[in-house]
Design a protein around this ligand. Structure first.
Ligand SMILES: [Mn+2]
Length: 357
């Protein structure tokens, strides 16, 4: 595996490439063109400029998170052909710039959903949290308003204000899209892009829906082992793979994370590893990465990744806000650096144990 950190780009991220370069063991970044809109073609020039900037800092681009999917593709409306053509052009440009891993998601309307961006924990740190009761009590159109105030002035990925202004229309557009239709639209998209992925060896890595169940009555499909294996078989190509995100699949306590990792051997192209602390099955908060701080056994998760021979990029996922840092919720420097170091420590121990037999 290669340890990486997510970086949103100059002007969007409070964390600098220089800082990331100084986190022990981190050699790459997972980045994006944060100011492009879903459906827009990424030009080769802009990709190259981003690459040059990252490489000048002594790091390299380990993959893209994300190239977002336009709603027309998820809905399956006639204009999807144009947006798929644009997506293919973006993949071509990325491939020509020697970038080989692209993370994306297929969640309707909302990206990841949390009900609090700054829940205070006993140690004074603040974390992202979710409680089903808060979602059930909320009008989806107010969802954006309700979390915006805690965002520390940053634009949250998947929660772009210009999209959120049209939440009502988006719900209307998805009204005939059930889980089967969404699944069929995903398969349609994947079949169209596989030739360009094969040509440039671009590994597509779908990010799970977060939380791993339906919110506000919207369909959600990338939520468990059964569904993800169905998707792997529907388009049986190594370039059709997954981002294994422990914090997203782990929102459903019925998902056995090490078992899922083992059954996805060869198809995990990217890993997000983080811990969650459950207060009840439908109230959880994003704890520190350490096993003892949350509900997951992080050793077993890393061991499963090791045992399947995972060799893609891995990154600590959302971190807590600590030491008075002001940053995009989940994406401060300090706690993610602690997470990267902890995960590297687990990996070293697992590796040395394995080699000693
Ligand atoms: Mn994730």
């Amino acid at each position: 595996m290669e340890m990486t950190m997510r970086w949103y780009g100059t002007g969007f991220d409070t964390v600098t490439l220089k800082q990331i370069r100084q986190v022990p063991g981190v050699t790459g970044v997972i980045t994006t063109l944060y100011d492009t809109k879903p459906g827009e073609v990424w030009s080769r020039e802009r990709i190259r400029a981003l690459k040059d900037e990252v490489e000048a800092s002594g790091l390299h681009i380990s993959g893209i998170e994300s190239v977002n999917i336009h709603d027309a593709i998820k809905i399956g409306s006639p204009d999807r052909e144009q947006y798929i053509a644009n997506y293919i052009e973006t993949l071509e440009n990325l491939g020509q710039e020697d970038i080989h891993m692209v993370c994306y998601n297929f969640m309707p309307v909302f990206d990841w959903t949390r009900t609090e961006l700054a829940r205070k924990r006993p140690d004074g740190s603040t974390v992202l949290a979710y409680t089903q009761a808060a979602v059930d009590a909320l009008d989806p159109e107010k969802m954006f308003e309700s979390i915006k105030g805690d965002a520390n002035g940053s634009i949250l990925p998947g929660w772009e204000p210009e999209r959120m202004e049209h939440v009502k229309e988006l719900f209307e557009m998805y009204k005939d899209v059930d889980e089967e239709k969404l699944f069929a639209n995903l398969v349609y998209f994947l079949e169209k892009i596989m030739p360009v992925c094969n040509k440039y060896d671009i590994k597509m890595a779908i990010h799970p829906d977060d939380p791993a169940w339906s919110v506000f009555g919207l369909p959600r499909i990338i939520i468990n082992k059964e569904n993800i294996l169905r998707m792997m078989h529907a388009v049986d190509d190594v370039h059709n793979g997954v981002t294994f995100c422990s914090g997203s699949y782990g929102t459903n306590l019925e998902n056995d994370l090490p078992d899922m990792i083992r059954s996805l051997k060869g198809r995990i192209h990217f890993a997000h590893v983080r811990n969650l602390k459950f207060n009840s099955p439908d109230d959880f908060e994003e704890s520190a990465h350490l096993s003892s701080d949350g509900s997951f056994d992080m050793y077993e998760i890393m061991k499963a990744l090791y045992e399947i021979g995972f060799d893609g990029p891995i990154r600590p996922d959302h971190g807590r806000m600590i030491w008075d840092e002001v940053a995009m919720p989940g994406y401060g420097l300090y706690d993610r650096a602690l997470g990267a170091t902890y995960l590297n420590g687990l990996w070293e121990a697992i590796d040395k144990n394995a080699k000693r037999g």
